[in-house]
Design a protein around this ligand. Structure first.
Ligand code: ADP
Length: 546
């Protein structure tokens, strides 16, 4: 439609380089603190990080990297990863974060698919990359290490510090269209090949602004934020953009993500806000309990990527006075989709009702539209009781995958199918019942594996749990519950069934409960149900305990 009357505001393209410019100018002294691979703690200000990111830009340009070229990283959260991030995006090149937990063949696949030209990697990943180097398209390797700690390698790699040393700190940034590609992140591809989600500058800037909101991440300049969620897991859920935009101090945990290491940093750096998948918090809570510790500085924990178990919510909030924010999202949503919390109508409701509500995946912030549909694509009512396919629309929602993989992913009205099954209640809160591919369908009806898992996880002797559908001659599928016990614990079958009784419909009760030493986790730290189904098919999941 032709514009009848043009607005008269400035043209100020929404490009992410402006975020770090802002941090350096306005919050120049705020620090980014990193636990490096050797365990030492390193501190740098946003102002100095900004200069070094500019040097990365100069180094990339000297290697012939041009706008649109892909620069890959294989690295834990750290300040030099941030420098590469902005140094690449600032000149219009595309930063491709590779998840090091992927299988080597998958790394080969995505690096070729993305046509990565440069790879910047942590020193600990040198053996992995050496083993696949002949199959990679990479022209230049750079190893994140100090000069005196540079590992021997046959990659012909440069030392990061040599790469940027003496380079211009005034390399110009920006000056391109805000719709230019900015970042690339592959979904883990539990079915079929991974697919590349290609973020734009505009989508990332708008997502960061959205995430700053009071009912979203609520991050300000007085916060100390530790993204435990890796930068390769959907942009550390936006935090590498949100923190410098807000001027928040950042604490980067590097490679050590166990309970003791996380605790140490949360405590010594007086972290006020942190975020990760549930498995990380299971480890931290275990450590706190075992050593009788508390976290007086920590105010908020964002838990997402997989459903929040009630036991974790109650432990943080009731035992330690730390607010839990449950988040749902996906790589394709940049990643934030909803945040758990209470609408004003429930402010005075009793605690059990509030807990039930907070366990829901929550409310979409402005910029995300959600709806649920039935098998014919008809919208279902928001009555909290009608599960359907969850669809999303918004300024930071994928409109397609790199190279058109997966075909046309939007429906006629521009909605993206999330692959999740969910309900939406009369408060607007969304609740995931399952991933469509993990749904347990018994007698034609859906059973929510998440509800079963959450009930069982409230047992002190249960470290982790997963419910999967297994074939059944009469009912199609029946739920099988797989439990990983806490070390030394042996929860009895009837104790687990008692926990389920009353919390789930009777016909959802798992037919069988089996124990496993360690529930397999996928590359983003979530339960790998594909693997569990495989183990079941191979008859490796028998051995009921009692
Ligand atoms: P991956 O497939 O690599 O795990 P994502 O991180 O993009 O990639 O995963 C997104 C999916 O994770 C969602 O579609 C949903 O199924 C699941 N998920 C994310 N957050 C939650 C949550 N809070 N509760 C339940 N499921 C979640």
């Amino acid at each position: 439609m032709e514009i009848e009357m043009q607005g008269l505001m400035q043209h100020w393209p929404l490009t992410v380089d402006k975020i770090l410019d802002h941090a350096a100018r306005v919050h120049g002294d705020a620090e980014v603190v990193t636990r490096r691979l050797g365990g030492d703690i390193h501190r740098i200000s946003y102002a100095a990080l900004h200069d070094r990111a500019k040097q990365v830009s100069a180094a990339l340009m000297a290697q012939g990297i041009r706008p649109g070229d892909r620069v890959a990283t294989l690295a834990w959260n750290g300040e030099r990863h941030m420098e590469c991030w902005y140094g690449t995006m600032g000149i219009g090149a595309v930063l491709h974060t590779i998840n090091p937990r992927l299988h080597a063949d998958q790394i080969v696949w995505i690096a070729n698919h993305a046509a990565d030209r440069v790879l910047v990697l942590d020193a600990c990943f040198v053996p992995l990359i050496e083993s696949i180097r002949d199959r990679l398209p990479i022209e230049h390797y750079v190893i994140i290490a100090d000069r005196d700690a540079m590992p021997a390698n046959d990659l012909g790699a440069l030392c990061y510090e040599d790469w940027i040393a003496g380079r211009d700190t005034g390399t110009p940034w920006g000056g391109f269209d805000e719709n230019a590609a900015c970042g690339l992140c592959y979904t883990s591809g539990t079915t079929g090949n991974p697919k590349g989600v290609l973020y734009s500058h505009r989508s990332n800037v708008l997502h960061a602004m959205m995430a700053l909101g009071r009912d979203v991440l609520n991050i300000g300049r007085n916060d100390v934020v530790m993204p435990v969620v890796p930068m390769f897991h959907a942009n550390a859920w936006g935090m590498a953009f949100v923190c410098p935009a807000a001027g928040a101090r950042m604490v980067m945990p590097g490679a050590q993500l166990d309970g003791a290491s996380i605790y140490e940093l949360l405590d010594s750096e007086r972290v006020t806000m942190t975020a990760a998948v549930p498995t990380v918090w299971i480890g931290l809570l275990h450590h706190l309990r075992e050593h009788g510790l508390c976290l007086p500085w920590l105010k908020r924990v964002v838990i997402g990527g997989a459903a929040l178990p009630e036991a974790i919510l109650r432990a943080f909030e009731d035992d330690y006075g730390i607010e839990v924010i449950h988040g749902w999202g996906m790589t394709e949503l940049s990643p934030m989709g909803t945040l758990g919390g209470l609408m004003p109508a429930l402010a005075d409701a009793d605690r059990d009702i509030q807990v039930r509500q907070k366990l829901k995946q929550g409310i979409p912030p402005f910029g995300v539209e959600l709806k649920i549909v039935d098998e014919d694509g008809e919208e279902l009512p928001a009555d909290g009781n009608s599960p359907g396919r969850l669809k999303a629309r918004g300024f930071a929602v994928a409109g397609g995958y790199l190279d058109g993989d997966g075909g046309d992913v939007l429906d006629a009205d521009g909605w993206f199918d999330t692959g999740d099954v969910a309900t939406i209640d009369n408060h607007g809160a969304m609740q995931i019942t399952d991933r469509a591919k993990d749904v347990i369908k018994s007698g034609g009806e859906w059973i929510s594996s998440i509800d079963i898992e959450n009930a069982v996880l409230s047992h002190a002797g249960v470290a982790n749990a997963a419910a999967i559908g297994v074939p059944h001659p009469k009912w199609d599928e029946r739920p099988l519950l797989i439990v990983q016990a806490e070390p030394g614990a042996r929860p009895a079958d009837h104790e687990l069934r008692d926990l389920l009784e009353g919390r789930i419909a009777r016909w959802w009760m798992p037919d069988e409960i089996v124990f496993i030493d360690a529930i397999p986790l996928g590359p983003t730290g979530k339960v790998n149900k594909l693997k569990l189904r495989e183990l079941h098919r191979e008859g490796k999941l028998r051995a009921p305990l009692n």
